[in-house]
Design a protein around this ligand. Structure first.
Ligand code: XMP
Length: 515
């Protein structure tokens, strides 16, 4: 990768490493995260303008703790050690790190009494989380700041451009965090802010062209943000060399297939092959109630259809994948120098390796919000850019029990009402307040009364959650008036439903989906 200004974040296992990477990128400077023991040649090839050493859970004095790579100080590149990263610098450059009598966790008052390049003078609230502390500065360093419990809370060697802070500038509780990162980037490393959506698009276009040459490229689009942006980007690069395939499995939400087809063909001008395959999927799902069996049958059918399409299109050599940066960084382990391992991605339903595609992954270095910005810059409509996550098996796993066209239609109709009401209430704008919201058709019937008639009909459950990472989630406290209106509308407008319930289970112990 040939970028002008790159910052490297060496990861020593801190839970905040991705935050550091993001902080740098928020200043429009490209940053890439590598494991602490990365091969020096790999690192040098990236030609970094500065290196940030992350925090980490170890103590530098423990025998198997990760060490400062010995080549680093000789690279003559500015270094910033954060927490454990600072202790590593002190330890490796002949200072001294000792266990602290007073551990420091949480907020602390930082006093900066002397002007310096890294931290503004004055008193600031900073976020601490450490057990060890620096007892003796390494030669060439001076103290930049202190707190009650850390006399050396920040240190610097302005001649070599080596700096260390005991606190965490990357977390928002550190009031001057962004200022410190900016000073490191722009004054100490002297980088420029050139990493913008436009420059990313330009660079990706060149890379895709270099990679694929005149070969044909295939892409499977589902309507999800990652595969949509990846496809749009590759299309910008190679135009009609790209064939996009959309499999309409009959399990999408109301109007979604039409929206996807319209967006790709009419708005983006992409050659999209739409494969109507509803009947095949429903026939595979007949009589099946087990969730994993549903997933597996849907996945297998998708692969068979995709294989047929690939064959019909002359089996293109390359396949676009919407792999994004968290998939990449979460796939390396801290004790391995190899970073380029790809987590098997299930975006396109887990295509088998025998299909033998070479992967084109233009979003490999981007976080989700960056993918969104790129999508906007590429002209993708809001409905794709802000689409809430939707599982590959679609409504099949929101139809508990057997999946029939009638039952899917029922949950789809209820879902459309729920979505419309939440939108109307302004609660889902830009997927912030509520992260995922949908309805579930339960496999039971209950007794009700409508007019003077006894009814014995279906139950719809409403699910709405907020989450940052989808690993844990909290159920959304929707206004009761809104719930009342949604329940009324569903029971009145969706034939075959006489009861609506609201799921008030968080994850854990529940999962977000019901299957
Ligand atoms: P759970 O239900 O495990 O879901 O809390 C976490 C997130 O993953 C989505 N999900 C899936 N996505 N294929 C997918 O592509 C699946 O089989 C699948 N199952 C769950 C779910 O919608 C939520 O966002």
């Amino acid at each position: 990768m040939n970028r002008q200004d790159t910052l490297i974040i060496l990861d020593f296992g801190s839970q905040y490493t991705q935050l550091i990477t993001r902080c740098v990128r928020e200043q429009f400077v490209f940053s890439q995260q590598l494991p602490w023991n990365t091969d020096p040649e790999v690192l040098s090839r990236l030609n970094p303008k500065g290196i940030i050493l992350s925090g980490g859970p170890a103590s530098v004095n423990s025998p198997d703790a990760p060490k400062l790579p010995s080549y680093l100080p000789n690279l003559k590149i500015p270094l910033l050690g954060i927490c454990y990263g600072m202790q590593l610098l002190a330890d490796a450059l002949d200072g001294q790190v000792i266990p602290s009598m007073e551990r420091e966790y949480g907020s602390a008052n930082l006093i900066v009494s002397k002007a310096n390049a890294l931290i503004p003078e004055g008193m600031h609230s900073v976020w601490m989380s450490h057990g060890d502390r620096i007892n003796k500065l390494p030669p060439g360093f001076e103290i930049l700041a202190s707190t009650d419990n850390s006399p050396i809370a920040a240190m610097g060697d302005p001649d070599r451009h080596f700096y260390g802070v005991q606190f965490h500038p990357e977390v928002k509780h550190t009031s001057i965090g962004v200022d410190i990162i900016r000073r490191f980037l722009f004054e100490i490393c002297q980088v420029s802010s050139t990493w913008t959506p436009e420059s990313i698009i330009k660079e990706s276009i060149n890379q895709v062209r270099d990679q694929v040459g005149a070969s044909r490229v295939l892409s499977a689009v589902s309507g999800g943000i990652d595969s949509s942006v990846a496809t749009a980007l590759v299309h910008r690069a190679i135009g009609s060399q790209l064939d996009a395939v959309f499999v309409d499995n009959g399990l999408l939400r109301k109007d979604e297939p039409e929206q996807v087809i319209h967006s790709f063909r009419e708005i983006l001008g992409i050659q999209l092959h739409s494969v109507p395959a509803k009947d095949q999927f429903f026939s595979d799902l007949k009589g099946i109630t087990d969730p994993e069996e549903k997933r597996s049958r849907i996945g297998n059918r998708f692969i068979r259809i995709f294989e047929n399409q690939a064959r019909a299109l002359g089996h293109p050599k390359f396949l676009v994948q919407g792999t994004i940066y968290p998939d990449v960084v979460e796939s390396y382990s801290h004790d391995r120098a190899q970073t380029e391992t790809i987590k098997t991605h299930h975006n396109v339903g887990g295509l088998p390796e025998e299909m033998n595609f070479k992967l084109v992954e233009p979003l490999r270095y981007l976080f989700k919000d960056e993918v969104r910005k790129l999508g906007i810059a590429l002209g993708l409509p809001d409905s794709l850019v802000w689409r809430q996550p939707f599982p590959g098996p679609g409504l099949a796993i929101r139809c508990l029990g057997e999946v029939t066209p009638e039952r899917v239609e029922l949950v789809r109709a209820a879902d459309a009402i729920f979505i419309a009401e939440l939108n109307q209430a302004g609660l889902v704008k830009k997927a912030k307040e509520i992260s995922q919201y949908f309805t579930v058709l339960l496999p039971i019937k209950t007794v009700g009364v409508m007019g003077d008639q006894r009814t014995y009909e279906n139950v719809i459950a409403l699910r709405a959650v907020s989450t940052d990472d989808f690993m844990t989630a909290d159920w959304s406290r929707l206004p009761l008036e809104l719930l009342a209106r949604i329940s009324n509308r569903i029971v009145n407008d969706v034939q075959g439903v006489n009861r609506v319930v609201y799921d008030i289970t968080s994850k854990p112990p529940g999962t977000i989906e019901w299957e």
